[in-house]
Design a protein around this ligand. Structure first.
Ligand code: ADP
Ligand code: MG
Length: 391
């Protein structure tokens, strides 16, 4: 049984024991990981994510004879049951709760003309919550898919993606880009998405070679910083784009940046060098991946990591240790490339590993990381997974 099948079976069981009947609908939507293209999204650049084989599953059934305006939802992970509204008006609450994502997505579906009847639902997920693998988008995408299937309507997928993003912006108060919802809704099995954050269009890039897998390692550290790191970097990028006379760093080249070096301080120069370089690396990695040129893919992943560490300064000791261990195992040991993934200062690394060696590599990295930091990492291997689906 696959992990998804197991999770589906458990979710159905939980529904049955909690609500005393079988669920009528079961839907799922995956988390995602970004292979390369970090801190490029808000510079109108390119990202290269894929869906992972970790899903949020919802099992649900309508409530016969209920003419009310609420639905009851239970989260297995948080062991909490709440009633949410399924009729407008649904105003965002001041306090963000886990169900804000669900409530916001339902509100978006209502705006799109879908009219669900009162229902009961159980939500279960094996995407780690808050681990940088986008459990939030998986929750939104699965909720929207549930409302679609309940009402017998299929939303235009672009519209669906944007209503999920709007739920996250307005109801969860998180001003995210479009990558997470894009990947969770649009992803296709065995493909990555080369997403242009300006046009918001993606090219599907096959990773059909089964001999290569993606290893995700959670460092299990998250450094609490001042909180201004992210807006500060955004502002720095914006300022350099202004100096270069461009709408965004996506429009700038290394030559332009070099030519304007004396108009900015070293920090601004290095921030922009990361972003401009990262777009180049992302394009190069996507092209090499299409060709099966693994050395080039790997080289670009490491270069991305070092740039994020040295120029963008968003890595941390523990993450650097993980990448360092992966790199020292090297091609002979089955590691193609490795880097930090996500916003930074902790979270996960993503590595490309030969499928036949992924078990050994995972064990070796876990052991060495524990030895060096005293921390137990969490890790799993995945192939590019299918986006949101009705089961
Ligand atoms: P990430 O998306 O990286 O996992 P976020 O902070 O964006 O981290 O989203 C995590 C939040 O989403 C959780 O704190 C919770 O509020 C909500 N969430 C996600 N999945 C579930 C779930 N299965 N049950 C309840 N809440 C969930
Ligand atoms: Mg999220």
């Amino acid at each position: 049984m696959s992990l998804l099948e197991q999770l589906v079976a458990e979710t159905k069981e939980t529904f049955k024991s909690r609500f005393g009947r079988d669920p009528r609908w079961v839907v799922a939507a995956p988390g995602r990981v970004n292979l390369i293209g970090e801190h490029t999204d808000y510079n109108d650049g390119f990202v290269f994510p894929m869906a992972i084989e970790r899903y949020t599953v919802i099992a649900a059934d309508s409530r016969e004879g209920d003419t009310g305006d609420t639905a009851t939802i239970y989260s297995v992970g948080l062991d909490e049951q709440v009633d949410i509204r399924i009729r407008q008006p649904i105003a965002p609450q001041d306090q963000v709760k886990w169900w804000s994502y669900v409530q916001g997505t339902v509100a978006g579906c209502l705006d799109a003309g879908l009219q669900p009847e009162p229902f009961d639902a159980v939500i279960a997920s094996d995407v780690p919550l808050g681990g940088g693998l986008s459990s939030s988008a998986a929750l939104e995408a699965s909720t929207a898919t549930l409302i679609e299937t309940m009402t017998g309507t299929t939303l235009d997928r672009i519209r669906k993606m944007f209503l999920c993003q709007k739920a996250e912006h307005e109801y969860a108060k998180m001003p995210c880009g479009i990558m997470d919802q894009y990947a969770s809704i649009m992803a296709e099995k065995d493909h990555l998405l080369l997403l242009d954050c300006r046009s918001q269009q993606a090219e599907m890039v096959p990773l059909s070679d089964p001999s290569v897998s993606v290893l995700i390692i959670n460092s299990n550290v998250k450094h609490e910083l001042t909180g201004s790191e992210y807006p500060e970097r955004r502002a720095q990028c914006h300022r350099v784009a202004g100096i270069l006379g461009k709408p965004a760093l996506r429009d700038a080249t290394m030559e332009m940046l070099e030519a304007a070096k004396d108009q900015m301080d070293d920090v601004h120069f290095r921030r922009a060098r990361h972003v401009i370089g990262e777009d180049i690396r992302t394009a190069a990695a996507a092209e090499a991946l299409k060709q099966g040129d693994w050395d080039t893919v790997g080289r670009n992943m490491y270069a991305s990591h070092f740039s994020l560490r040295d120029d963008y300064e968003v890595s941390c000791e523990e993450i650097d240790v993980l990448v360092d261990i992966a790199q020292s195992i090297g091609r002979e040991g089955g590691v193609i490339g490795s880097r930090i993934t996500g916003g930074g200062f902790g979270g996960c690394t993503v590595s490309l590993v030969e499928t036949s060696k992924v078990g050994e590599v995972a064990d070796a990295i876990a052991r060495a990381y524990k030895e060096k930091t005293g921390i137990e990492p969490t890790l799993f291997a995945t192939r590019p997974a299918q986006g949101a689906m009705v089961l």
